[in-house]
Design a protein around this ligand. Sequence first.
Ligand code: ZNH
Length: 141
Amino acid sequence: MLSKLEKELLVAVWDKLMPVAEDIGADALLRMFTTFPKTKTYFSHLDISPRSDHLLSHGRKIVAALAEGARNISALTTTLAPLSRFHAYQLRIHPTNFKLLSHCILVSLACYMKDDFTPAAHAAMDKFLSAFSAVLSEKYR
Ligand code: ZNH
């Protein structure tokens, strides 16, 4: 469970990162593709080379979705319902992949935020990404 303080921290962190959303998102995606190459199979229709337009725009979409989720943290299931259906029914993303991307997002945040990525921020972000991933994968079967 996230405390009130953690929720406020998450909203503040994601809002602060929105101006660099495409950099953070693209870095996380590139890490996922490099470290867990099987994840690339879902993106065979896109150019996912470093700094490509697709990588940057998809990275931005992911960060924007996370920032919106942080603002609606107490209603994640309803807020993310369309995105959850999309990932389960259209994209058919296997749930294990959400853990892989979440891990890479944490690493990207650590690199970018440096000293601001405190143990407390890390813990709050990890809980948030787990909750977000649980909602995105709950419709998969
Ligand atoms: Zn995802 C899409 C978010 C995970 C794969 N995504 C997407 C979008 C968004 C997202 C916002 C857009 C939608 C529309 O368009 O409407 N994701 C997200 C998030 C997460 C995710 C937030 C976590 C955290 N994904 C994921 C994973 C994977 C994926 C893990 C695999 C691996 N997605 C995907 C795809 C797509 C998406 C493939 C589609 C792309 C294109 O463009 O085509």
